[in-house]
Ligand binder design. Structure first.
Ligand SMILES: Nc1ncnc2c1ncn2[C@@H]1O[C@H](COP(=O)(O)OP(=O)(O)OP(=O)(O)O)[C@@H](O)[C@H]1O
Length: 296
């Protein structure tokens, strides 16, 4: 996968985040920066605090201490998007200023995620960020059609034209290898793997600047996982997405992430480029984690 260059701007600046439910339960003193176009994998065993950290980063749960700074740069370079058949509606931009700041006036602005207030935080999630849950039921509206699920986030961005919304829905179903002929079917009639594809289409249709993924291939059959992972990798590369990915599966991390952060007991024990961490782990815990995958 194409590695991000150092010249890319910082998108997310995570400063000393702590969210603890008890000693070593949650996450503690987490510091890192995510650059535009970068995929950061957060790995570690069950209970190490990955999901807690993701919830804090994604604006879903306030930290006990620390700050999450989102830097919006409107001069971001377009990243490897040229060969992607992009739906018309997604290309036309948001034209929505709910989150604050006028793209025409400010080349850059900073938002402190937990200082901006609930309404703006929600708007940010809806308009500029995306979240892919492990369980697609948490990210989809099961009772409305596949097309409505995809169109909803576009409508939140102000798009109203029925024909275009529908065409975009079909286009995205095609992108995620779903039959566009099923656009009027409800997601509850889809298999788990198909629901996850639909959730990904719903999330990416608005071209979010930042995407959070929590075990996106978890809970699926191995063969379904492999195809989904392949598709995700293609989308991440073609759209040049900036992603924070939580997974306990090092194979998923290897395929998708440029850089890894290894967590244990709520703390980061090692961080570095994915290949370095997986091929030459320095910390004893990471060595154990990597060897436990290799040992049958
Ligand atoms: N809402 C909560 N209330 C109390 N304790 C919690 C809560 N959420 C998480 N915890 C605890 O915090 C610790 C970290 O949980 P977390 O879900 O972040 O880990 P994880 O690395 O994502 O694990 P998994 O891979 O199993 O999802 C665990 O001990 C968990 O029991």
């Amino acid at each position: 996968m194409k590695k991000p260059t150092l010249a890319r701007p910082v998108l997310l600046d995570v400063q000393d985040i702590t969210r603890l439910y008890g000693p070593a339960k949650g996450c503690e003193a987490i510091d890192f920066q995510l650059h535009a176009g970068e995929v950061l994998g957060i790995v570690g065993e069950s209970g190490s605090g990955k999901s807690t950290l993701l919830r804090v980063l994604a604006g879903l749960e306030a930290p006990d201490a620390g700050r999450v700074i989102y830097r919006r740069s409107y001069n971001e370079p377009e990243v490897a998007r040229t060969d992607f058949h992009e739906p018309e509606a997604a290309r036309t931009g948001t034209g929505n200023n709910e989150v604050g700041g006028d793209p025409k006036e400010n080349a850059e602005s900073e938002l402190d995620l937990y200082a901006i207030g609930e309404a703006r935080r929600r708007a940010l999630l809806r308009l500029e960020w995306g979240l892919v849950h492990q369980n697609p039921r948490d990210g989809l509206r099961m009772g409305v059609s596949a097309g409505a699920n995809i169109g909803e986030r576009l409508m939140a961005q102000g798009q109203r034209h029925y024909g275009r919304l529908r065409a975009t829905g079909q286009d995205w179903m095609h992108q995620v290898e779903l039959d566009p002929g099923r656009i009027d079917d409800a997601p509850r009639t889809f298999s788990g793997g198909m629901q996850q594809r639909l959730q990904i289409a719903r999330t990416l249709v608005t071209r979010p600047r930042l995407v959070f993924m929590d075990e996106p291939t978890g809970g699926l059959d191995v063969s379904v996982q492999a195809r989904l992972l392949d598709m995700l990798r293609t989308l991440v590369r073609q759209l040049g997405l900036s992603v924070v990915l939580v997974t306990h599966d090092l194979a998923v991390a290897r395929l998708l992430a440029h850089r890894l952060m290894v967590m244990r007991g709520g703390r980061v024990v090692e961080t570095g480029l994915t290949d370095q961490i997986l091929d030459d782990p320095q910390h004893a815990y990471t060595q154990l984690l990597v060897s436990s995958v290799l040992t049958p």
